[in-house]
Design a protein around this ligand. Structure first.
Ligand SMILES: [Zn+2]
Length: 416
């Protein structure tokens, strides 16, 4: 068996012996999922119980790699954090025994081992081919990102890195953890220099990468399975690249395959023709929109004439109103805008829609509407909202049965 090796994320560097209390099984026995341990300390803090054990398989959050998930005596471990060299397990309930059985979620652990080792390979490849250093890394449940010390990365460069990493994964390169110290560190060719004092742990991917790191890694590159780049963005003058790594890359492939299948069905199209089909639909949509605009203009003319000619006998002459049901809001707005070009006119349109209603009020420029009066006499009593500035005000009423009331009140308030 290989000697015991440790990995360190570039951003989270651990030193041997900094926590003599808890034996770090997650380094020594990183394939194990269950363990037994003795409780050394248990204290309550902010409704949580903090447990220190004499040994643990739970990797504490650090270096971009999240804490392990799992259980202590069937009580879920909410988080694992390292503070001043002590590893604290956070639980919602107290542990009522001297010894505990622990179990970690292997799927979660393995996923992040894939993310972390994959990230090292990506960082090493950008560094070796293009001299782009790694500024920061982030591993979330959705993606792993690598921020590079460059202000531009081309598509070709990324593809080159992706291809080299994937071909190196297939070479099944062994990954070893090396224990060394600050006086011997110069014997190693590190991707980035280590400023650590005392004992230092290195993670070494054979003939590929060597760097100080405190995370938990895979034993060989083959287990990374696959890395897939999917996007990049500028950040703080650097470029952040986003990756799907390991089983996630396969799951992402499966998700995209299903999406393509749904698109094929929806568009009734062959996979290779989906793009053309969408472009064709976009052209059709824009034709239909321009036809609709023409029709809308015609309708605006028609309704304007009709409303001006056929005034409501029970309302003041300059007051024109109409109630619509589920009408195109844009058409109503265009009609309102067109009508306020007339002289001495106040318009109120209501559009009822699913139990509520949209109201709009407009006036010609020779008329002054005191909207405070409207708010006081109509909006507040009828539980309506909205506002605007002369010559157009708009809003919503919560009860479409009050639409007629709205118009009556308005005609009395400002129609005269
Ligand atoms: Zn690392």
């Amino acid at each position: 068996m290989l000697p015991f090796f440790l990995s360190v994320s570039e951003l989270h560097l651990l030193k041997i012996g900094e926590n003599p209390m808890t034996e770090k099984l997650y380094y020594n026995n990183f394939r194990d999922t269950e363990f037994e341990a003795k409780i050394l300390e248990q204290k309550k803090e902010n409704n949580e119980w903090l447990i220190v054990l004499d040994r643990t398989l739970f990797y504490p959050e650090g270096g971009g790699q999240p804490a392990d998930k799992g259980y202590l005596n069937d009580i879920e471990v909410n988080n694992v954090l390292k503070k001043k060299g002590r590893i604290y397990h956070y639980l919602s309930n107290e542990l009522k025994s001297e010894f505990v059985r622990g179990k970690i979620n292997w799927e979660h652990r393995f996923d992040y081992m894939q993310q972390h080792t994959g990230q090292h390979m990506i960082s090493a490849t950008f560094e070796s081919i293009f001299k782009y250093g790694t500024v920061s890394v982030h591993m979330s449940s959705e993606y792993t990102s690598v921020e590079l010390s460059t202000n531009a990365v081309s598509e070709t460069e990324v593809r080159q890195v992706e291809e080299l990493v994937n071909s190196s994964i297939l070479k099944n390169l062994p990954i070893r953890y090396i224990q060394t110290n600050d006086s011997d560190i110069n014997k190693f060719q590190l991707r980035r220099p280590s400023k650590l004092k005392g004992n230092i742990r290195l993670v070494n991917i054979e003939n590929y990468d060597c760097v100080a790191c405190g995370g938990v890694h895979l034993e060989n590159t083959r287990d990374v399975k696959l890395v897939k780049f999917f996007k990049s963005e500028k950040i703080r003058g650097n470029i952040r690249t986003y990756w799907k790594i390991g089983n996630r890359a396969y799951q992402d492939y499966e998700k995209k395959t299903q999406l393509i299948n749904r698109l094929r069905n929806v568009l009734n199209s062959d996979e290779n023709n989906i793009e053309n089909k969408i472009e064709q639909l976009n052209i059709e949509i824009s034709d239909v929109k321009s036809q609709r605009n023409k029709l809308r203009k015609g309708l605006v003319c028609f309704y304007k004439k009709d409303l001006l000619l056929n005034r409501q006998p029970d309302k003041p002459e300059r007051f024109i109103s109409r109630i619509w049901n589920n009408e195109d809001g844009e058409f109503i707005f265009q009609l309102l805008k067109s009508m306020i070009n007339e002289k001495n006119i106040i318009i109120c349109f209501i559009n009822k829609n699913n139990g509520i209603f949209n109201w709009s009020i407009g006036c010609s420029e020779d008329i002054n509407v005191d909207f405070n009066e409207v708010r006081k006499n109509i909006l507040i009593p009828l539980n309506c909202k909205g506002g605007g500035k002369s010559p157009i005000w708009q809003g919503v009423g919560t009860d479409s049965d009050k639409a007629i009331d709205f118009i009556d009140k308005l005609s009395k308030t400002i129609g005269k």
